[in-house]
Design a protein around this ligand. Sequence first.
Ligand code: CDP
Ligand code: CDP
Length: 221
Amino acid sequence: MQDGKHIVVAIDGPAASGKSSVARELARRLGFVYVNSGAIYRAVAWNILQNEIDPRDQGAIERHVSGLQIRCDVRDHESLTLIGGVDPSDHLRDDAVNKNVSIISSLSRVREILVEKMRGYARDYDLVMEGRDIGSVVFPETRFKFYIEASPEIRSRRRAAEGQSDEIAIRDRADSSRSTSPLVIVEDAEVIDTSNLTIVQVVDEIVRRLKAKGLQIGSRP
Ligand code: CDP
Ligand code: CDP
């Protein structure tokens, strides 16, 4: 907490740039809560597919999401989303979710509802939050913005090494070209290319830059 406000470190970037791994470790070092905003979009996408709603039917999705009970919680210092009381964690990386999450998250009504939930976290906790629009839209006022990237070849290799079928080039194109909250590098973001860095090296670099910006670093017991 600084000046009575909770601190937000925003990390944005394309698929498999290392956001989740880096944000989780950074949050542990800082003693902050780690929020994976992509998991929230994935949880909603999974619920829509479970309910057999056509992912291209904008009206049906908007009606469904407006009435959906979405609870954004914290467990073990990390975000956890419950949809209608159900924990969808085991399904967030399903092929069908990978394929449909970008089209569903391009809808402005979906984003409006979920961004409000994300901002809610900062009312209670200091955060490291990662996603696509955290520095540009969700917390544009934070001084601590990072954009992490890696070459498309390395990112595809990283996903394949995880044994996942995930067409990240297609998702990247959709996420960067949509009209609502596209993935962009904001002017005040610190850009780090992680292609040739380990997760620990990326975290060390972010910690160094945060200190240079005057953030006092504690750690979680
Ligand atoms: O882990 P990966 O980078 O592959 O994806 P993710 O962070 O789990 O996000 C899944 C999808 O959710 C992205 O491809 C975006 O379509 C969407 N997303 C978004 O629109 N805005 C965010 N802040 C986070 C994710
Ligand atoms: O969240 P995002 O999709 O951006 O990436 P991630 O899920 O954190 O990382 C994707 C994969 O790349 C994981 O298996 C990480 O262990 C690996 N990775 C890596 O090898 N080197 C890095 N500097 C960052 C991530």
